[in-house]
Design a protein around this ligand. Structure first.
Ligand code: GTP
Length: 417
């Protein structure tokens, strides 16, 4: 068989045919056995306005009674609301596969006059879970890392039949880079089929318009037709129009189903003709749970981790570069040294020029002073000479000196005598 250059550009890959069974085809089974032994951890979060049926849907989804069933309330009593971020965990097992399921229920928003920053505690909760994972990764012993990161977030949209509200857009924009967003239309039994279809189209248009990234079922090359059809079918139902119910009701034909009974009939939760609950469960639990975990780890957590480390001042690329490439490091150091020398030279030149300028200014000043003194002395001498000449002229002409001067001369003569 022909040799092919490897992707890394190093040794070429030689393709060979095996002459007999070696056994590595059993690798998927080994991975399967190991995963089953270790069990899985999955955390899902529910977000949305108050009273949209978040707690009810979680109970319906995992069929565990994760939340204690709500007793029928007397008309005067207020229905309990979720008031803080609560997380409930349960170990569930199905056909020998163990799953540690955690549900993070968030308080419904939209009840306050100002709902502007109601997304903050939810984003903080998601980030603190990333923080705790990062902290465990950095420990000396990393054998048992508990993965409490949120792998999927069901975002509940009120069944208004219009389009997304500004608060929905804001929430999703804050969340979509940190968590796998799965939008659902809550209480879909309050809308007709036609209204659901229109509403879905408008929601998807809004999501695209605001560049919000929602979780998409991935498709791979060489995937069989069945898997492709399933992925397409699931993707075609997003946002899922769901109905939740945690108790059984009797249908007109006498069956006991999970559903909601109305005077005109029963809405069955597990009936695909009635709502998209089955499709949602298929996506979240049966088909893409591992994909959701993988995307959270490889993309969402990785991006967050990079940003966090960079903001802490860790410059990974440079340090790796220096460690693995000493020649480049020396070159880099040489360039830095030369730059330092050039800077020192420039500074010295500047200081020298400054000193020369100062000296020049001083010399100029003393020169001016000298000139001024010279001029003064010259003027004084000129004056003295003029006086003497005047005196001489007077003596020669026999004219008496000025009275003042005569008196002075007399005084001097008297004193001398
Ligand atoms: P908060 O905890 O306040 O955020 O409420 P929540 O979103 O958890 O809502 P919860 O599950 O407590 O349900 C609120 C009400 O809606 C209850 O009376 C439920 O019976 C009802 N409900 C839940 N799911 C559905 C649904 O799919 N359709 C209809 N029509 N009602 C529902």
């Amino acid at each position: 068989l022909p040799q092919q250059p490897s992707e890394t550009g190093s040794a070429p890959i030689i393709r060979k045919k095996l002459n007999g069974y070696v056994g590595f085809a059993n690798l998927p089974n080994q991975v399967h056995r190991k995963s089953v032994r270790k069990g899985f951890q999955f955390t899902t979060m529910v977000v949305g306005e108050s009273g949209l049926g978040k707690s009810t849907l979680i109970n319906t989804l995992f069929n565990t009674g994760l939340y204690p069933p709500k007793e029928p309330l007397p008309p005067s009593a207020e229905r309990p609301q979720t008031v803080a971020i609560e997380s409930i965990s349960a170990d569930i097992e199905e056909n020998g596969v163990r799953l540690r399921l955690t549900v993070v229920d968030t308080p419904g928003f939209g009840d306050f006059v100002n709902n502007e920053e109601s997304w903050k505690p939810i984003v903080e909760n998601i980030e603190s879970r990333f923080d705790s994972y990062l902290e465990q990764e950095n420990r000396v012993n990393r054998q048992k890392i508990a993965d409490n990161r949120v792998h999927a977030c069901l975002y509940f949209i009120q069944p208004t039949g219009h389009s997304l509200k500004p608060i929905d857009v804001e929430f999703m924009r804050q969340l979509h880079t940190k968590v796998n967003l799965i939008p659902v239309i809550a209480k879909a039994d309050t809308l007709t089929d036609e209204e659901v279809a229109d509403f879905k189209a408008r929601i998807l248009a809004d999501i695209a318009h605001h560049n919000i990234h929602i979780f998409q079922a991935p498709t791979y090359e060489n995937e069989d037709e069945e898997a492709l059809a399933e992925a397409e079918e699931i993707a075609g139902q997003i946002p899922f129009a769901v109905v939740g119910s945690d108790h059984l009701v009797k249908t007109l034909d006498g069956r006991e189903v999970r559903g909601r009974a109305y005077p005109w009939g029963v809405v069955e939760v597990d009936n695909e003709d009635h709502c998209d609950f089955v499709k949602l469960r298929q996506m979240l639990v049966r088909t893409y749970m591992e994909e959701l975990r993988e995307y959270t780890n490889d993309v969402l957590y990785e991006n967050w981790r990079t940003q966090k480390l960079v903001s802490m001042g860790v410059v990974q690329d440079q340090s790796v570069f220096k460690e693995i490439n000493p020649a480049s490091r020396m070159q880099e150091e040489r360039v830095m040294h030369e730059a330092k020398l050039a800077k020192m030279e420039a500074e010295m030149k500047m200081v020298f020029q400054q000193k020369v300028q100062e000296k020049e200014a001083k010399l100029k000043q003393s020169e001016e002073e000298l000139y001024a003194r010279h001029r003064e002395m010259k003027e004084a001498l000129e004056k003295q000479r003029a006086d003497l000449e005047d005196k001489k002229r007077r003596i020669e002409s026999g004219r008496p000196l000025t009275p003042e001067k005569t008196n002075q001369t007399r005084k001097k003569g008297f004193l001398r005598a």
